[in-house]
Design a protein around this ligand. Structure first.
Ligand SMILES: Cc1cc2nc3c(=O)[nH]c(=O)nc-3n(C[C@H](O)[C@H](O)[C@H](O)COP(=O)(O)O)c2cc1C
Length: 594
């Protein structure tokens, strides 16, 4: 019997056994058989191209060879172990037209280079940028987060189709956690596909569905002709869930977009590397799973190790290549992005963090100019540290993360301060305001003051009569005027002055002037309590969520957070055109490249 009395660093002792060094097989002559050192070595050597054979065992186990393997004289029977670098690393291929292209599982699946633009609300929610990256020959995603209604979504798809060459597909990024959007968008993508629109792929973002739900969704997407489906797991448990989904659906082409806690926008609590080190082998056993690395990328030099797989060597592991990388934050400042120039300038000014591990500090305060706050969906999200976002972080801690009753009491007690802070620092200001500029509650406003304030906040002056931020904003003003007219119309009067929302289309300020000249009492009468309720219902009505806070109550969190991203693309619609009021999504690592 022999016993080692000093530690044996087995991984180091066997380091030379590596496919790269010309070693393809290791023979274990020990007595341990399938639970001996051979099995441990096989696990350590996974992905290096080294096949372990249990030379003393009559029966191998878990992919290990046995004595019969050793003595099999047929050369065809020799089994080689996977070598991740060789099997999955990028190669070059020459296409029929003579051009050279990088060859990975991703490029073969999509016929595009292995760099993609991730789905971003609002940045990739418009036709301009989707058409731009498609025409440039790249794969990317149309963000469903910006498509509020079926008509709007269809209009976007039609506009993209008009821009991109025939034969190019559209992949949509659908937010699984958002029940309203998912509820109409997932069926709609299938319907559009059946109508012949080039809906090629779907990304199921913001949450990985259960295996049962995923099986149903994938079967349905396959049936309607969707060619590939991406998932965006945020931790090891959800990576394993995607592995199970891919296993259960071998006919579906699945992409796994891995973005760790350092990514822009919604992010997980996880390190970028650890979850992959633990799951890479299992992922690579699946022929229908394509791996995309994301988060923190912004140039070729730093992204390349993820393509070649070199990144994992510093963790003492064999090379673990991804099939593609995705970029997001970096694209927000591109020329084609509709991000406002002032927001792009803020992105350029934010230093980012040189040491990527420092991102975890973003929960406590800004790091590299980026903070974590809790999003509308209740998930951590990275945003530039503007005045508005510093206020958001403060309210998360002070009110929104508290139990509802405690939050409500605190909100009501601080009402005056909250109103002052919203009006000074946030993109959505408090609605209540008298004609002379004093803050007031709705009950203390006249019909005319309410109507004018609606127009002031929801309509942008300038040009020929200005523009409505959204048509549903115009329609709400129209409905409020109809209600007002009902209140002040005398029975003997001729027909109603307010006939159609179109009357408000150009120059609503002038229209209100005329309207209230006809109804002088509405200039002075405070709005009735039923009409306060009517106004609040108008504000809550489906359509684009309103861009102001109509009341300080227990629902402050909803009013504050809902639909809070578009302002970074439309500073004209923000009080004082003040970029410091708005929410600008960015990753703390990626931002250093801009
Ligand atoms: C402006 C912005 C908006 C985003 N919106 C979405 C979205 O709608 N859906 C989604 O799946 N991910 C969204 N993300 C996350 C990105 O798709 C991507 O996973 C992440 O930003 C990658 O990290 P990086 O920004 O460091 O490159 C968003 C990110 C940014 C920066």
């Amino acid at each position: 019997l022999q016993q080692s009395v000093l530690p044996v660093h087995w991984e180091r002792a066997t380091a030379e056994a590596h496919g790269d060094k010309g070693i393809s097989h290791v023979l274990d002559f020990g007595p341990g058989e399938s639970v001996g050192i051979g099995a441990i070595t096989a696990r350590n050597k996974e992905g290096t191209g080294v096949q372990v054979i249990l030379a003393g065992a009559l029966q191998g186990d878990r992919g290990l060879g046995d004595k019969s393997t050793l003595f099999d004289a047929n050369p065809k029977s020799v089994r080689f172990a996977p070598n991740w670098e060789r099997d999955f690393g990028p190669k070059l291929v020459r296409l029929a037209d003579g051009s050279l292209m990088v060859d990975t599982r991703f490029t073969r699946l999509l016929g595009k280079p292995p760099v993609m633009v991730a789905g971003m609300t609002p940045t990739t929610a418009n036709e301009q940028i989707v058409a731009a990256f498609t025409k440039a020959g790249f794969h990317g995603e149309l963000a469903g987060g910006g498509q509020h209604t079926e008509a709007y979504f269809r209009d976007r798809v039609a506009k993209i189709m008009a821009e991109i060459p025939a034969g190019e597909g559209i992949t949509t990024n659908l937010l699984f956690l958002n029940a309203y959007l998912w509820g109409f968008q997932y069926p709609l993508v299938e319907v559009m596909r059946q109508e012949g629109k080039p809906m090629d792929g779907v990304t199921i973002a913001a949450g990985v569905p259960t295996l049962e739900t995923a099986n149903e969704v994938l079967a349905s997407l396959r049936k309607s002709g969707i060619q590939h489906v991406s998932f965006k797991p945020g931790n090891i448990a959800s990576i394993k869930q995607v592995i199970e989904i891919a296993k259960a659906n071998p006919e579906s082409q699945i992409l796994l977009q891995w973005t760790g806690g350092r990514g822009g926008g919604h992010h997980s609590y996880e390190d970028m590397h650890e979850p992959i080190l633990q799951t890479y082998a299992a992922m690579r056993r699946l022929p229908n799973l394509t791996l995309v690395a994301g988060s923190g990328f912004g140039d070729a030099k730093d992204a390349l190790p993820y393509m070649t797989g070199e990144w994992s060597r510093e963790f003492g592991m064999p090379a673990m290549p991804f099939d593609a990388v995705l970029v997001a934050s970096r694209v927000m400042a591109s020329q084609e992005a509709l991000t406002s120039p002032e927001a792009k300038a803020l992105i350029a000014q934010a230093p980012g963090i040189p040491n990527e591990k420092a991102w975890e500090g973003s929960y406590e305060g800004p790091v590299g100019g980026v903070r974590t706050v809790v999003s509308e969906l209740g998930e951590p999200i990275h945003k530039l540290d503007t005045r508005g976002i510093a206020l958001w972080a403060k309210y998360d801690a002070k009110y929104f993360n508290k139990p509802p009753a405690e939050a409500e009491a605190a909100i009501l007690a601080d009402k005056a301060t909250i109103i002052a802070e919203l009006n000074r620092d946030y993109q959505k200001v408090y609605f209540g305001k008298k004609a002379d500029g004093r803050v007031a509650d709705l009950e203390d406003m006249t019909y005319m003051e309410v109507a004018r304030r609606m127009v002031e906040l929801m309509h942008v002056p300038g040009g020929e009569g200005g523009r409505w931020i959204d048509v549903t904003f115009r329609d709400r003003v129209y409905d409020f005027l109809v209600r007002t007219e009902e209140r002040f119309h005398r029975s003997g009067d001729s027909t109603a002055f307010v006939q159609s929302p179109k009357q408000l289309e150009t120059d609503p300020v002038a229209f209100l002037q005329e309207f209230f000249a006809r109804y002088p009492k509405a200039q002075e009468r405070l709005i009735a309590s039923e009409d306060v309720d009517y106004f609040l219902n108008l504000a809550k009505r489906p359509g684009k969520p309103v861009n102001f806070i109509p009341v300080i109550d227990k629902d402050l969190k909803i009013w504050f957070k809902k639909d809070s991203l578009w302002q970074s693309e439309d500073l004209e619609a923000v009080p004082g055109k003040d970029v410091q009021r708005v929410a600008i999504l960015q990753g703390p690592v990626a931002v250093r490249y801009t």
